[in-house]
Write a protein that binds this ligand. Structure first.
Ligand code: KIV
Length: 266
C-alpha cells in the first residue's frame, strides 16, 4: 500500500475518493488493516471501553495511549497513524504540547483532540511545532457528562450553526482534518463542502470525505450486546476477519457504507 500522507489525503478529497479509517490498538490488527487497504489507523481512546472494559473513555491515561500507539506503529505498513489525546491530556497548553509530543514520539503522525473552536490556540501551537491535528466535533465522548449521554449533536438551527462555525474556525486555526461524530447527515455534508481539509465521519452520513468505525464494533463484538445505529457488522457474510476488513474498505470506497439507515436526520 502506498504511504498515506496529508498530501495524499488531500488528493483523495479533491478526487472524491472516500478515505477508509478504522480504530486499531495493536500490531497484528494494524498489519491486517493495512493489508485490507485501510488508509488511516486511529488509536482511539475508545480503547478504554473496548479493551479495558470501562463504561466511558474518561479513565484512559496518556501512558495507555503511548503504549498502544507504539504497538500499532510496529505493525503499520503505510497507513497514517492518528492517536487520541485522552481526557484531560490537553487541560493546559503545556500539557497539550508535552502529551502530543509523547504520542508523536511513540509513532503517531497526527493527534486527535475532542472539542470545538476553543481548541484554536492549542491547534495553532501544535501545527507551528510540526504536529498535525484532527479536531473531533459533534458527539465528543470525553464530554459525555456535559452532553447528558451519547446523543446526536447539531440538531436544530442553533446547534447546526454553532457546529458549522466551529468547523470553519478550526480550519482557520490550522487543523489538518476534522472528525464528525453523530451529526445529522445533511449537516455533515454541508460542513464537508465548506472546508478544504478532509472530513471523516462516524454516524455522519455518506457525504463526508471518509469513514471511521471502532474495530470491535464493525467485527460485531460488543461487551454490552448493543450496537449504535451507525455501526454495520462486516463479519456478516464473511468467513474471516481479513474478509470483513476488506469488505469495509470496499463498501466505504463504493459509498455503499454508510447506508441511509446508518445516519441521523436533523
Ligand atoms: O476513540 C475513538 O475510537 C474515536 C472514534 C469513535 C472516532 O474517537
Amino acid at each position: 500500500m502506498p504511504e498515506t500522507t496529508l498530501t495524499s489525503l488531500q488528493q483523495l478529497k479533491l478526487q472524491g475518493e472516500k478515505i477508509a479509517m478504522l480504530t486499531c490498538y495493536d500490531a497484528t490488527f494494524a498489519d491486517a488493516c493495512c493489508a485490507a487497504g485501510v488508509e488511516m489507523l486511529l488509536i482511539g481512546d475508545s480503547l478504554g471501553m473496548v479493551l479495558q472494559g470501562h463504561d466511558s473513555t474518561l479513565p484512559v491515561s496518556v501512558e495507555d495511549m503511548v503504549y498502544h500507539t507504539a504497538c500499532v506503529k510496529r505493525g503499520n505498513k503505510g497507513a497514517m497513524i492518528v492517536a487520541d489525546l485522552p481526557f484531560m491530556a490537553n487541560a493546559t497548553l503545556e500539557q497539550t504540547l508535552n502529551n502530543s509530543a509523547r504520542l508523536m514520539k511513540a509513532g503517531a503522525h497526527m493527534v486527535k483532540v475532542e472539542g470545538a473552536a476553543w481548541l484554536a490556540e492549542s491547534i495553532r501551537l501544535l501545527a507551528e511545532r510540526g504536529i498535525p491535528v484532527c479536531a473531533h466535533l459533534g458527539l465528543t465522548p470525553q464530554a459525555v457528562n456535559i452532553l447528558g449521554g451519547y446523543k446526536v449533536q447539531g440538531r436544530g438551527d442553533a446547534q447546526a450553526r454553532q457546529l458549522r462555525a466551529d468547523a470553519v474556525a478550526l480550519e482557520q486555526a490550522g487543523v489538518a482534518m476534522l472528525l464528525l461524530e453523530c451529526v445529522p447527515s445533511e449537516l455533515a455534508a454541508e460542513i464537508t463542502q465548506a472546508v478544504k481539509i478532509p472530513v471523516i465521519g462516524i454516524g455522519a452520513g455518506s457525504d463526508t470525505d471518509g469513514q471511521v468505525l471502532v474495530l470491535h464494533d464493525m467485527l460485531g463484538l460488543s461487551l454490552s450486546g448493543r450496537m449504535p445505529k451507525f455501526v454495520k457488522n462486516f463479519m456478516e457474510g464473511q468467513s474471516s476477519i481479513q474478509g470483513a476488513l476488506a469488505a469495509y474498505v470496499r463498501e466505504v470506497k463504493a459509498v455503499s457504507f454508510p447506508a441511509a439507515e446508518h445516519g441521523f436526520s436533523a
